[in-house]
Design a protein around this ligand. Structure first.
Ligand code: 8YV
Length: 327
């Protein structure tokens, strides 16, 4: 029987289903494997179900010559070196679409929490500091009717834009590697702008761009300086897109009003500067975390492994076309 590794804990039903097709080595203790442990557990395995915490690169692939499929339970796949996968003849897959609306909900919620100072005021209340009402207590900025800026207009970016335009009467501007189709722009009432205009005009800037060498620190001190002092910044994409130290300093100095982060450079470690800034909402990478969506992600990752290793076609491949070209 073909052997696979499930590198982190997942739903029992997903494991059960995988066990009807494969000999499954499951990491039920949910240990975070070191690179050496991962390589060791991958010996003799044709497939692996990964999450964002396992890095699959040329070194791992060279040490695991039997590996044929790497199935990420995430839409983002910056933990995979795709060129190395293709060079090794390994199919990489991800889990797009099933998490789009859930993640867009969360991005919008974080943006609203930053704009209306929800967690900051809750901390104040829990500390027992609420002694009287005051006319300017925790005044924030409006979301309805404001200008929503989106950096990265993929599926999740469009979901957030739709919520803003159709639900909250926001003016939507966006910047992306390429413009989206005119009919999508019309439906979202979204206007393409360059990055400088996005930074200068957005009342609420939301980052939904994939992580790459090009997007590393796309928002640093220089970019924060171009934003309105009343603006908020929300990141539901990947840690490393924002320079966390520069953000903490900008928040402390009131160069922007507030921020909300679900992702951090070096997570689960969070830069200590962020932890002591009051005007920031911090969540532990949970934008896709609803029960239904996490189940759908696990099932889609399993679908990909089952199809690819039993002679079928993986539903959501990343490098299938590159592999074909290489063949
Ligand atoms: C995952 C994510 O939960 O899909 C993504 O890209 O960031 C999250 O939905 C996380 O990456 C764990 O795999």
């Amino acid at each position: 029987m073909t052997a696979i590794l499930v590198s982190r804990a997942v739903f029992a039903q997903t494991l059960q289903r995988l066990r009807t097709h494969f000999e499954v080595d499951a990491n039920e203790d949910d240990t975070i494997f070191s690179r050496a442990q991962l390589i060791q557990r991958l010996q003799g395995k044709a497939g692996v179900l990964t999450t964002g915490s396992e890095r699959i690169d040329a070194q791992v692939l060279a040490a695991c010559p039997q590996l044929r499929v790497v199935a990420n339970m995430a839409v983002g796949y910056n933990n995979f070196d795709i060129a190395a996968c293709t060079a090794a003849g390994v199919l990489a897959t991800n889990t797009p679409d099933v998490l789009t609306e859930t993640t867009a909900d969360f991005g919008f919620a974080l943006m609203m929490a930053a704009a209306r100072r929800i967690t900051e005021s809750e901390h104040f209340l829990r500390r027992g500091e609420w002694k009287k009402w005051c006319y300017d207590m925790f005044t924030g900025s409006d979301v309805h009717g404001a200008t929503l800026g989106i950096l990265g207009m993929g599926r999740i970016g469009q979901g957030i834009a739709r919520r803003g335009a159709l639900g909250f009467g926001m003016t939507v501007i966006y910047h992306n590697r390429s413009r989206v189709a005119p009919e999508i722009e019309r439906a979202l009432n979204a206007r393409y702008v360059d990055k400088a205009e996005l930074l200068a005009q957005a009342d609420h800037l939301v980052l939904v761009v994939p992580y790459s060498a090009q997007s590393h620190h796309a928002i640093g001190a220089a970019e924060l300086a171009q934003m309105k002092p009343t603006a908020t910044l929300t990141n539901v994409a990947r840690g490393g897109i924002v320079d966390d130290v520069a953000l903490a300093q900008a928040l402390r100095e009131g160069r922007i009003a507030a921020a909300a982060l679900d992702v951090f450079e070096g997570e689960p470690t969070v830069h200590p500067d962020l932890l002591t800034v009051p005007n920031i909402v911090l969540t532990p990478h949970i934008a896709s975390a609803t029960g239904a969506t996490r189940r759908a992600m696990a099932e889609l990752a399993a679908d990909n492994l089952i199809a690819a290793l039993t002679g079928g076609t993986a539903p959501t491949p990343i490098n299938a076309a590159d592999l074909l070209r290489r063949a």
